[in-house]
Design a protein around this ligand. Sequence first.
Ligand SMILES: *Cc1c(COP(=O)(O)O)cnc(C)c1O
Length: 509
Amino acid sequence: MTQPAMKNEENFEDQSSMINIDDNRGLHYEENLLWEKERADTPGVDLPKPQGLKSRTGMNARGEIGLPQVSEPQVVRHFVRLSTLNYSIDSGFFPLGSCTMKHNPRLNEKVARLPGFSHVHPLQPTSTIQGALAVMYELQHWLGELTGLPGVCLTPAAGAHGELAGIMTIRKAHEVKGNTHKTVILVPDSAHGTNPATAAMCGFDLRVIPTKETGRVTVEAFREALGDGQDVAGMMVTNPNTCGLFESDIQEISKLLHDAGGYFYCDGANFNALVGKVRPADFGVDVMHINLHKTFSTPHGGGGPGSGPICVTEELAPYMPTPIVVKDGDGLRLEQDGERETSCGRLKGYQGQFGMFVRALTYMMSHGSDGLKQVSEDAVLNANYVLSQLKDDYHVPYDGPCMHECLLTDKLQKENGVTTLDIAKALIERGMHPMTVYFPLVVSGAMLIEPTETESKDSLDYFIHVMRQIAADIAAGEEDKYHNYPQSAPRKRLDEVKAAREPRLRWRS
Ligand SMILES: *Cc1c(COP(=O)(O)O)cnc(C)c1O
């Protein structure tokens, strides 16, 4: 039977008067599989035995189907408990850098559930879905305005899918121009792993721009990677980059790239730091994907599907994937594959994650352009507040100010044998989701913290307090316990290498 896990007495003893009402220790459930709970004499439902029926399927008659024998209350408890095992932005602070775990406004959910949106079918005749198409058209317009890139294709189903769409667009443009010699994509070494993976999937060779010294792409390092530029098809750069820094030489770099006939792909996952303040087209971007599930607050990470529209320059618009919503007389319609001769083709069934389009547009319209500007200002302010409060306790690899996320390392704590992993596990003990760890790869023991604009000062202060307490404990020689956290979580330290090498995907081997 299920037992609540014991609360460990050796938990952190919080000396200060700070009590966090979000702290979620205690009353954890250890939830077994339904099959482990079953008893042969416990039927879930009582159905009468069918009388007088002969099997008509002969040898295909169905045998035992092996469903667990459990009662209705057991089933209800099981699934309700499972539903609480996932830590989420709705349950507590979630400072996962690069992932923008911001609050998902309930207004978005309300609008997405209006029957006119939730009950439409993608195969309905166009004349009956003019309202849905208007949502998509309007969203294309907002994204085009915010980026300064007027060609918008909404279909990609995630950020990485948007990258694929964007690089395929660039590849198609080069193909149509006959640039067969352009085979190389430049990528900084701090890039998100999906960037080089996308370029490689599209058949490009990669050339890496080193950034370790400054955390940024310098003009010098860029020139070196560019060479004479003959073979360079484009570059993929995140701005602000994965160290949370604005690429200060980006204008000069994009000019050099354009002069060499290359296109600038901007990974737009970090748009939360710029939205409403800066139009990426103004610093030379040709193609950018937008993570609606990051910047525009649609739920992700177990809460909902991703959505990664791309925005491109007027010049590249003919090469984008389809479908795209276009004006058609007084109404709207979907421009399909085959209609745009030079399109790189269709990437997804139907027209993308429509429910996410509704939520993102609701978010944009309820904030307005001034509200969106404040989103990025507050996101940057919150990250700099965290940085300013932790910079004396943790090593800061690149001087601030930062953008919407701040980067620390475990350099000081490592002197006492405590690593980033230990610190992350200690945060779990304290009822908070850890920050992003060991990314970007160029920084040893990286801890990337993105508080987002939706956290209150109280929750930031509590996080800062816990992080300082951890640093103080370690500095005071109390490092041993840090190798054993979490204690009160149902799962302690997992053997991650073994899990990856020998995954057990069945409960009965
Ligand atoms: C999240 C992220 C991506 C990928 O987005 P997905 O929706 O997870 O595919 C790409 N680049 C960066 C910098 C990101 O943070």
